[in-house]
Design a protein around this ligand. Structure first.
Ligand SMILES: Nc1ncnc2c1ncn2[C@@H]1O[C@H](COP(=O)(O)OP(=O)(O)OP(=O)(O)O)[C@@H](O)[C@H]1O
Ligand SMILES: [Mg+2]
Length: 324
């Protein structure tokens, strides 16, 4: 890609990090356009948190790494400017349980050198936005996991950062809290904020991310939109369902590569789901004068991609009928 660092909120090349002789990041490139969500996926220990820590100035990359620009600032020469531009929600909560939600917020406001009034205003606004106003005067230790996570993110947003790093923001949240968090993240991005997100939940990357990179063995083994990644691995197919047995028979006879299910009168044709392949199937149906009652496209989900790309493992307990 030939985009310049200035149009990218996050741009890093040849990022390297080793602990002893364990290579965690083996020269990875990351670039995230402004106002988009980028998701870094990878199994436990892949180096996601390490990448977040480097990009957010908490630890340094190894010698031999390329340049890192965050919000247009060179991380090596101007880490202060980088820190001023970003917010970081770590994998493990930064919430102090002994003090109240509001006090946690005011502490952040202090760190950002906001005046007392500004700090109070920012805290009140964010607590309201994250539905924590009622709990604001209670010690954070009494909050539920979801409330703590919301407070964590609210704290990250003090100072109105334009780039935020969220390291597994929804781990441990119940489905409703997770959906709420997704809403919050989407809202941030609609305000032009850039989000760098790590997650264990493939569904989350699928829901939120404009681009996804899969980290494994120190390298980015695949990168693209969720749909692009899904097309990388086999398992996609087009399914044609018929109600007329004669149409089913003639279609089945002509489409030799199709898998037949005589009971439900469906044919399953391996396909990447691309426009070109769909058109050729539709053209064929038209020219043969065969009417299918239903045509559905099935692409593999991100779980399939993840298991195919990381450590050569296969998906446990495969229950889906994407097998040809
Ligand atoms: N300070 C450290 N000293 C030594 N090894 C470290 C240190 N920090 C991380 N590691 C190692 O680096 C590797 C990557 O760790 P990291 O925390 O970045 O993984 P992760 O992808 O965030 O994993 P998880 O999904 O479990 O959060 C692991 O093998 C970890 O043990
Ligand atoms: Mg981690």
């Amino acid at each position: 890609m030939t985009t310049t660092p200035s149009t990218q909120a996050i741009a890093a090349t040849a990022l390297r990090k080793a602990y002893g002789d364990k290579i965690v990041l083996d020269g990875i490139d990351i670039s995230v356009p402004q106002g988009t969500i980028f998701s870094l996926l990878g199994p436990n220990g892949a180096g996601k948190t390490t990448a977040v820590k480097i990009l957010s100035t908490l630890i340094s990359a190894d010698a031999g790494s390329g340049d890192i620009h965050i919000g247009g600032h060179d991380l090596a020469t101007d880490p202060q400017a980088v820190r001023a531009a970003i917010g970081v929600t770590g994998q493990f909560s930064a919430v102090d349980g002994l003090i109240t939600g509001e006090e946690n917020m005011l502490l952040m406001a202090d760190l950002h050198h906001l005046s007392k009034e500004e700090g109070k205003r920012a805290a009140a606004e964010l607590l309201e936005r994250f539905d924590l106003t009622e709990a604001a005067q209670k010690p954070a230790a009494t909050y539920s996991g979801g409330m703590k996570r919301r407070l964590d993110i609210a704290m990250t947003l003090v100072g109105n950062p334009r780039i935020i790093f969220l390291d597994e923001p929804t781990t441990g949240l119940d489905p409703r809290s997770r959906h709420n968090m997704w809403g919050i993240i989407r809202e941030l991005v609609s305000d032009g904020v850039t989000v760098f997100l790590t997650t264990q939940y493939l569904e989350e990357a699928d829901e939120l991310a404009d681009r996804i990179a899969v980290l494994n063995d120190g390298k980015i083994v695949a990168e693209g939109t969720a749909d692009e990644l899904k097309r990388l691995i086999p398992g996609g197919h087009v399914r044609l369902r018929f109600s007329d047995p004669a149409a089913y028979q003639s279609a089945g006879y002509a489409l030799r590569e199709a898998t037949r299910d005589d009971e439900s009168l469906t044919l399953q044709i391996p396909s990447d789901g691309s426009q070109r392949e769909l058109r050729s199937i539709l053209d064929w149906l038209d020219s043969a004068g065969v009417d299918a009652d239903e045509l559905t496209v099935h692409t593999p989900d991100l779980d399939d991609v993840f298991f195919a790309l990381t450590s050569g493992t296969s998906k446990p307990n495969q229950t889906k009928e994407t097998v040809r």
